[in-house]
Design a protein around this ligand. Structure first.
Ligand code: FAD
Ligand code: 2HG
Ligand code: ZN
Length: 483
C-alpha cells in the first residue's frame, strides 16, 4: 500500500469457514451473503484504485437486528469486519486490508420520518446522500451537507467520516448540527439508541460524538437523525478569476464582510486543476474564455430575497472588478449554468484520476500559508509530476493532489514525510475532512499529542476489546487494539 507502512495480518483473527457461511445464511437472506468474486471485487477496491483487499465475504444486512446478529457472531469468532457505505472514502478506510468481512449497509436505505416543523429527518444509514437531497427538495428543505460523491456516498458513511464538503459555510459541521443523532451497533452486537430528535438534551455524556468521524472503528451506524434547514429561494453562483493566491484570500475577506450571512460557499481551484477538468472531462467548458487564469473562485450566496441578494452580489463583484481584485467573472444565469460551474469544481477528483495515480492530501492550514505548500511541492517534484491545489478556501481546507502515471515509491518519498512535517510545523491538520483510514493511521502523531492518541486507544479497547472493527485503520498500527 502506498502511503502507509506495510502492515501484517493480525494472527488474532480467525479465517472464514463453511460453518460461518451457514450461520450468516441462517440470519440473513441467502442472496445477501455475497461470495461471488465478481461482486466482491469492487467492494475490495477503493474509489482511487489505490487500496485492494482480499475479502471473500460481503454481508448486506437489512435491519439493525441483522447487524446486531452479525456483530455478536463475528465478535465471538474473532472475525474482523470492515463497515462499508458507498465506498467513496479517500483514505483506504472503506475496504478490507486483508480478508476482513465486508458489512455493507446499502440495503438499509429507508427514510423513517421527516418532521416539517422541526426539520428533523430520521433515516437508515444506507440512504444515498443524493436521494435524501431529492426527498428534502420536494419537502422544501435541504441536507446540511453536500459533496461531489453525493450520487454514491451514504449518510452513514458521511456521519462516520464526519464529511465536510462544499457548503460548510452555510451549514454546520456534523458535530455542531444540534440534532444529529444516531443508532449504532457496537462490536459485541449491542444496539445503542442515540437517535435523539430533541434540540436540547444534557443528560450526561453525549456519546454520539464518538461515532461521528470514528470511521467504523467503534461501531456500525445503522440510523441517523439530522436537522435540515429550510430551502431558501435565492441562490446565486459566481465563477471568478484571480491573478494570484493573495487575491483569492482578499476576496474571501471581502466576501465575508460584504455578503455576510448569505455567503454559502467559497471554493478555489488553481489553473492546473482547471486544465485537468477541461482536458479530461467530457462536455465541460471554460466559463471564462479565452484567457487562462492562475486561480478561479466559486462564490455561492443563499438567501431568501431574490432581487436584493442578486443586487448585493452584483454590486460586490462590480466593485472588485473595478479594483482589479477579480480579473474576470460570470454569474450563472440559470440552473444549467449553476450545474456546469459546480461540475468544474466537483469534477476535479474524477478528472485527476485520468492522469493515472493520484497522491491525495487533505489538509487544514492557516489560510495565508496554504498555497505556499503547493508552490514548494511543485518546486520539489519538478516535471512530469503534476501538483494541483484546490479546496474549500472558506474553511481553510486545501486539497493538495499530486498525479503521476503510476504509483511510485521515489515520488512518494519526495512527498512524505515532507507534507506532514510541513503541516505539523504550521500547526495544521493532516486530515481536514477525509479522515485517517489506513493511509494516515501511522501519521496520527503529526496532528494529535501522544496523550490524546493514548486516550483514543483506550476508548477503542473498551468498545471493541477484540479489535474486530475496521482493524489497521485510524489508530497507529503498533497501538491497535488487536496487537
Ligand atoms: P465509505 O467510503 O464506504 O466509508 C468511509 C468510512 O466510513 C470507512 O472507514 C467505513 O468503514 C466507514 N463507514 C461507512 N459506512 C459506515 C457505517 N454505516 N457505520 C460505520 N462506519 C461506516 N469528503 C468530504 O468530507 N468532503 C468532500 O467534499 C468530499 N468530496 C468527495 C468527492 C468525491 C468525488 C469522492 C470520491 C469522495 C469525496 N469525499 C469527500 C470523501 C467521501 O465521499 C466521504 O468521506 C463520504 O462521507 C464517505 O461516505 P461513504 O458512504 O462512501 O463511506
Ligand atoms: C473535494 O472537495 C473532495 O472535491 C475530494 O473532498 C478532494 O480528491 C480530493 O482531494
Ligand atoms: Zn473536499
Amino acid at each position: 500500500f502506498y502511503g502507509s507502512a506495510p502492515v501484517e495480518r493480525s494472527a488474532s483473527f480467525s479465517e472464514i469457514n463453511t460453518k460461518d457461511i451457514t450461520y450468516f445464511k441462517s440470519i440473513l437472506r441467502e442472496n445477501n451473503v455475497i461470495q461471488d468474486p465478481d461482486r466482491l471485487q469492487p467492494a475490495n477496491t477503493d474509489w482511487m484504485h489505490k487500496y485492494q483487499g482480499s475479502s471473500k465475504l460481503m454481508l448486506l444486512p437489512r435491519t439493525t437486528e441483522e447487524v446486531s446478529h452479525i456483530m455478536r457472531y463475528c465478535n465471538s469468532r474473532h472475525l474482523a469486519i470492515v463497515p462499508q457505505g458507498g465506498n467513496t472514502g479517500l483514505v483506504g478506510g472503506s475496504v478490507p486490508v486483508f480478508d476482513e468481512v465486508i458489512v455493507n449497509v446499502s440495503q438499509m436505505n429507508k427514510i423513517i420520518s421527516f418532521d416539517k416543523v422541526s426539520g428533523i429527518l430520521v433515516c437508515e444509514a444506507g440512504c444515498i446522500l443524493e436521494n435524501l437531497e431529492s426527498f428534502l427538495d420536494n419537502e422544501g428543505f435541504v441536507m446540511p451537507l453536500d459533496l461531489g460523491a453525493k450520487g454514491s456516498c451514504q449518510i452513514g458513511g458521511n456521519v462516520s467520516t464526519n464529511a465536510g464538503g462544499l457548503r460548510l459555510l452555510l451549514v454546520q459541521h456534523l458535530h455542531e448540527n444540534s440534532s444529529v443523532g444516531l443508532e449504532a451497533v457496537s462490536a459485541n452486537g449491542t444496539v445503542m439508541d442515540m437517535l435523539g430528535i430533541l434540540r436540547k438534551d444534557n443528560t450526561g455524556y453525549d456519546l454520539k460524538h464518538l461515532f461521528i468521524g470514528s470511521e467504523g472503528s467503534l461501531g456500525i451506524v445503522t440510523k441517523v437523525s439530522i436537522l435540515t434547514p429550510p430551502k431558501l429561494s435565492a441562490t446565486n453562483l459566481a465563477f471568478l478569476a484571480c491573478k494570484d493566491y493573495l487575491s483569492c484570500q482578499k476576496l474571501l475577506f471581502k466576501a465575508r464582510r460584504k455578503l455576510g450571512e448569505v455567503l454559502s460557499a467559497f471554493e478555489f481551484l488553481d489553473s492546473h486543476a482547471m486544465d485537468a477538468v477541461l482536458n479530461n472531462l467530457e462536455g465541460v467548458r471554460n466559463p471564462l474564455p479565452p484567457a487562462v487564469h492562475n486561480f478561479y473562485v466559486l462564490i455561492e450566496t443563499t438567501g431568501s430575497d431574490e432581487s436584493y441578494d442578486r443586487e448585493r452580489l452584483d454590486t460586490f463583484l462590480f466593485r472588485l472588478m473595478e479594483s482589479g481584485l477579480i480579473l474576470d467573472g460570470v454569474v450563472a444565469q440559470d440552473i444549467n449554468q449553476v450545474s456546469s460551474f459546480w461540475r468544474i469544481r466537483e469534477g476535479i477528483p474524477e478528472a485527476l484520476m485520468k492522469f493515472g495515480a493520484v497522491y491525495k492530501y487533505d489538509l487544514s492550514l492557516p489560510l495565508e500559508k496554504m498555497y505556499d505548500l503547493v508552490d514548494e511541492m511543485r518546486a520539489r517534484l519538478g516535471n512530469p509530476v503534476k501538483v494541483v491545489g484546490y479546496g474549500h478556501l472558506g474553511d481553510s481546507n486545501l486539497h493538495l493532489n499530486i498525479t503521476s502515471p503510476q504509483y511510485n515509491d521515489d515520488i512518494l518519498a519526495q512527498i512524505e514525510p515532507f507534507v506532514y512535517e510541513w503541516t505539523s510545523k504550521h500547526r495544521g491538520s493532516i486530515s481536514a475532512e477525509h479522515g485517517i483510514g489506513l493511509m494516515k493511521a501511522n501519521k496520527l502523531y503529526y496532528s494529535k499529542s501522544p496523550e490524546v492518541v493514548q486516550l483514543m486507544v483506550s476508548i477503542k479497547r473498551l468498545m471493541d476489546p477484540n479489535g474486530i472493527l475496521n482493524p489497521y485503520k485510524v489508530l497507529p498500527h503498533c497501538l491497535s487494539a488487536n496487537n
